[in-house]
Design a binder for this molecule. Structure first.
Ligand code: ADP
Ligand code: ZN
Length: 621
């Protein structure tokens, strides 16, 4: 007899303390319980883990979870054990004899969940265990790692298919990812050999995240970050930088201002990275300044903001990093700072980066072309006048009208002015056409504004027909228009040391009557946003707790959580999420039963922490 969805719901409440499944979870859980393979595509923070964790409690046999990172596995396993779930992981962190013990216990049915890194699957000891054990389900986390089209391709993921095929009885296979593109999805189904999988793609919207973009010079970027972080000293946040140098600079500035910030990038020792990550996860250092080396597998749920100090290379990367904010569903902010210089940095990365030695020259070129296209779409996000949320959702293939407004992003708030630059854009198109794609942005802008610089005069470009055509615009504005046109495919900017501007695939569309181009006047954005931030002030996490007594209770519960977590040697968010604490402040439960009714309080947590929390809540009455 297959377990029913009702039984699954009961397990969800008992073990995890949640009242109901979230969007997308129920059909996936139901599919797995019915013995069907599945592919779940959900954004970061949507709750993919529950989709296989709950079935693992109901299926006969062990669920093997393949996950790319050891640190992630360890965190998940300790959170599960804390919730009373029988889980373990085998990783290279354990000695051979420890691994042997875990596997022997697993073969005897001691665990519902066994986490492994993909490399382990080939280990003879693991293969031996797999032949003896009853494996009910193989859950593949971050399944996009199997695809070369994804960003995080891991060759070891290619071995998962063979591993499953080698098992005496074929288990159910569930694959989970936050990467939605058609190509990656097809690769997952093919390479993991999923059998007629139930595919569930939930919407990519994260309603609790507020997106905004500001164009600022490097110096003002830093000032902006300092003001932002100091105005919310208790909140946890991540600041992403494109380079190690920026990471060092931003972290040092914060530390100078007595903010407890730590850094993370590939140039640090393994020990320092691990220590800094711990400090951040445990709320000892609320601010993490990092390159994109940080974050995969961090499921700290109370990250209240993610700021990008530099523009990332693609919208996928941006959404993944920004998505680490607000996993607990509480209001959180995603702020992206950028300027023209960031583009040079990203173009440099594209041209230089070819670590993957398995690729042929032709493949490298193909990867670069796709990276270039992705970068243009990222620039599009930075420069669009449309709703930012809408832009992101359209990027991920959702059907959202370009005119639609979410009312809760930096662009919808209307903190900037949309300037009509159609006339300049037409001049730019004519000029690029005339110069036949031989020059860079600077020369194009120089010609159009009628510059008398040496570069222009020496080449005789003051004789061009379009010379001085946009004399009323500034050089900076013309450059911006060039970028905008390139982001929309009207122009194309080559890369290499001297990028030149040529006509793009959509160049003809710019010549038709209905063509119009708007540009964000960015100065106003910064000012508008600053005023806005002022009204938010600090302590966003308790924004919904208007009553000072509730806010006070929230702070006390947070301190209690921190103490209990450090006693238990786990991260605070593993005890209870911010959201759960907030609900406690609103509901003020007095009994076990009332406490159990709060989302995030399961039976095991009630037993472990209930008394302390009830006492703290009662103490304020
Ligand atoms: P993902 O792997 O999709 O990024 P997680 O599995 O880490 O997301 O879940 C994100 C957060 O949402 C976690 O804190 C998790 O406990 C919480 N969560 C998951 N499912 C539910 C649910 N049904 N109700 C409430 N919270 C949930
Ligand atoms: Zn919006």
């Amino acid at each position: 007899m297959n377990a029913s969805l009702d039984e699954a719901r009961a397990e969800l409440k008992r073990a995890f303390g949640y009242d109901d499944f979230r969007k997308g979870q129920a059909p996936l859980v139901e599919a797995l319980l019915a013995g069907r393979d599945c592919l779940g595509v959900m954004p970061t923070g949507a709750g993919k883990s529950i989709c296989y964790q709950v079935p693992s409690l109901l299926l006969d046999g062990v669920t093997v979870v393949v996950s790319p990172l050891v640190s992630l596995m360890e965190d998940q396993v300790s959170a599960l054990v804390d919730a009373g779930v029988k889980a373990a992981c085998v990783s290279s962190q354990l000695s051979a004899s420890e691994q042997g013990r875990v596997l022997a216990r697993a073969a005897n049915g001691a665990y519902d969940l066994l986490y492994v890194a993909p490399e382990r699957l080939e280990d003879p000891r693991f293969a031996d265990f797999a032949q003896r054990a009853t494996i009910a389900l193989v859950a593949v986390d971050e399944a996009h790692c199997v695809s070369q089209w994804g960003q995080d391709f891991r060759p070891s993921y290619l071995k998962i298919g063979a591993f499953i095929a080698s098992l005496p009885a074929r288990p159910i296979v569930g694959a989970f990812t936050a990467t939605a593109t058609e190509r990656v999805r097809a690769d997952i189904v093919r390479l993991l050999e999923l059998r007629d999988p139930v595919q569930v793609t939930t919407g990519f919207d994260r309603p609790n995240l507020r997106f905004s973009v500001e164009e600022l010079s490097d110096k003002r970027k830093l000032a902006r970050i300092m003001a932002y972080v100091t105005s919310r000293p208790d909140d946890s946040g991540i600041i992403y930088c494109a380079t190690r140098k920026h990471t060092e600079k931003v972290c040092a500035a914060l530390v100078d201002a007595r903010i407890k910030a730590v850094r993370y990038h590939a140039g640090l020792s393994t020990e320092e990275r691990a220590a800094n990550q711990r400090a951040f996860v445990n709320d000892d250092a609320p601010v993490m300044v990092a390159t994109n080396a940080f974050g995969m597998g961090i499921d700290k749920s109370n990250v209240r903001y993610v700021i990008h100090f530099d523009m990332p290379g693609s919208v996928e990367a941006y959404y993944q990093e920004a998505g680490r904010a607000g996993r607990d569903g509480e209001p959180s902010e995603c702020l992206l700072l950028w300027n023209d210089g960031d583009l040079q940095t990203q173009r440099f990365f594209i041209n230089q980066d070819s670590e993957n030695q398995e690729l042929t020259a032709e493949e490298v070129e193909r990867v670069r072309t796709s990276q270039r296209q992705r970068l243009e779409r990222m620039v599009g996000y930075c420069t669009t006048c449309d709703c930012l949320r809408g832009y992101l959702l359209r990027y991920f293939g959702e059907d959202v009208d370009a005119q639609a407004k979410c009312g809760a992003c930096g662009n919808c708030d209307g903190g900037f002015e949309a300037v009509d630059v159609t006339k300049t854009a037409r001049s730019v198109m004519r000029c690029v056409h005339e110069l036949r794609g031989r020059y860079g942005k600077g020369i194009v802008a120089g010609v159009l504004t009628g510059s008398k610089s040496k570069e222009i005069l020496e080449r005789g470009l003051d004789q061009s027909r379009t010379y001085g055509d946009a004399a009323d615009a500034s050089v900076a504005e013309v450059r911006r228009v060039v970028e905008l046109l390139a982001a929309d495919g009207y122009l194309e900017i080559s890369d290499g040391q001297y990028p030149v501007v040529g006509l793009g695939p959509r160049c003809r569309e710019a010549a038709v009557d209905g063509f119009a181009l708007k540009m964000k006047r960015t100065k106003k954005v910064a000012e508008g946003r600053r005023a806005h931030m002022g009204t938010f002030g600090s302590g966003r996490a308790v924004a919904d707790l208007d009553d000072p007594a509730q806010q006070d209770l929230f702070e006390r519960l947070r301190a209690l959580r921190k103490r209990l977590a450090s006693e238990a040697g786990i991260a605070p968010y593993m005890v209870f999420s911010d959201r759960t604490l907030r609900e406690m402040c609103l509901a003020r439960p007095r009994t076990d039963e009332e406490l159990l009714a709060i989302s995030g309080v399961g039976v095991k947590k009630l037993r472990t922490y209930g008394e302390d929390f009830l006492a703290e809540i009662a103490a304020g009455e």
